[in-house]
Ligand binder design. Structure first.
Ligand code: NAD
Length: 353
């Protein structure tokens, strides 16, 4: 049995769906169901006895202690976080609360649980912390990609809160011996991605005939990885990662945001042409850049490839086609999330990756 936090969000739900498709090992899925958590992402698992969903906060220590004691998981994988950079600029407090304080509470309960384990159960236990490449800050055009030894230079409240959580996880290994692993991954895309992030926002806005807002000159470079490739990397690190190590995960797919939007428009032109026969690219609208917007992230994934033999299965071309097709095939999922906090947010802010 494993315990996953944040398993109703974008990456967590893909991970849980993937895990249960490939393994009989049960998953306790603990999620607070913030605006980003959506049980529709787990549709089909309602009657699966291997999926135990718990609606809670990673900071609820009493409940966490009871769950760990009752289910005795062999691993805890921490996806739970506030994850959207724009939201962190407008209201950083939730980011501090969940990403830093919440991770601290989780670590404390996991440490207490692990301390009481014995023999093989203690030796085999793992705490895997899922983090981001944004902790490394921004790169110049000619700089080499981020390796695991790159300095932490977070620039947004989101990345600063994730950096703090990474440091806590590291410290719990060095100070208390907790068997931890950390992954720092580049931008993910794929099914169940909440439509405030760049790729799903562009697909959803394009189909609705709305503007496709591009921050600044659209030349901010990100490295993109299809979400199930991130999931396979996490499984691999859990299986074979060296305790206390961090692994950068990326797809070697550096692309400017504008190229991403152009690719999405091109696929939509092919798969769901506009009624007037014109390209969706006509809907592109340049808007004022995000404050402190990092110019370039690039991940050097050679450590995980060399040491653990992991490689992404998708190229950007195959992954983006699958993604656009998924949004075309799942309009009811899109309309289900286009309500409440999401609608208010999108109306009052321009949002992106
Ligand atoms: P998401 O916002 O889609 O999902 C986060 C999930 O965590 C939601 O289901 C939410 O309800 C839950 N959650 C939030 N606060 C919680 C709390 N206090 N207790 C329990 N659950 C809580 O995020 P995502 O894109 O799936 O990202 C998952 C993790 O991966 C995050 O830690 C993020 O920093 C990291 N990451 C994301 C990306 C990316 O491109 N999306 C890339 C690298 C790393």
């Amino acid at each position: 049995m494993i315990l996953v936090t944040g398993g109703a969000g974008f990456i967590g739900s893909n991970f849980v769906n993937d895990w249960l498709a490939q393994s009989n090992e049960a998953v306790i899925n603990l999620d607070k169901l913030t605006y980003a958590g959506n049980t529709q992402n787990l549709a089909g698992l309602e009657d699966n006895p291997s999926h135990i969903f718990v609606h809670s906060d990673i900071g609820n220590r009493e409940l966490m202690a009871a769950l760990l004691l009752q289910y005795q998981p062999r691993a805890v994988i921490n996806f739970a976080a506030e994850s959207h950079v724009d939201r962190s600029i407008h209201g950083p407090e939730d980011f501090i609360e969940t990403n830093i304080v919440g991770t601290f509470h989780l670590l404390e309960e996991v440490r207490a649980y692990w301390n009481n384990l014995a023999g093989e159960a203690k030796q085999n236990f793992r705490f895997l912390h899922v983090s981001t490449d944004e902790v490394y800050g921004s790169l110049g055009k000619a700089d080499p990609a981020f390796t695991e030894t790159h300095r932490y230079e977070p620039n947004s409240p989101y990345s600063a809160s994730k950096a703090a959580s990474d440091h806590l996880v590291r410290a719990y290994h060095h100070t208390y011996g907790l068997p931890v692993l950390t992954t720092n991954c580049s931008n993910n895309y794929g099914p169940y991605h909440f439509p405030e992030k760049l790729i799903p926002l562009m697909i959803v806005n394009a189909l609705a005939g709305k503007d496709l807002p591009i921050y600044g000159d659209g030349q901010q470079i990100r490295d993109w990885l299809y979400v199930t490739d991130h999931c396979s990397a996490i499984r691999r690190v859990l299986e074979a990662g060296q305790l206390g190590e961090t692994y950068n995960v990326g797809g070697w797919n550096e692309k400017p945001n504008l190229d991403i939007v152009t690719a999405v428009c091109g696929l939509l032109d092919e798969l769901r042409p506009r009624a007037d026969g014109q390209s969706y690219a006509l809907q592109v609208a340049y808007v004022t850049d995000r404050p402190g917007h990092d110019r370039r992230y690039a991940i050097d994934a050679s450590k995980i490839e060399r040491e653990l033999g992991w490689k992404p299965a998708e190229t950007f071309e195959t992954g983006i086609r699958k993604t656009v097709q998924w949004y075309l095939d799942n309009p009811e999922w899109v309309s289900q999330v286009q309500s409440g906090a999401y609608r208010d947010w999108v109306q009052s802010h321009y949002v992106g990756a």
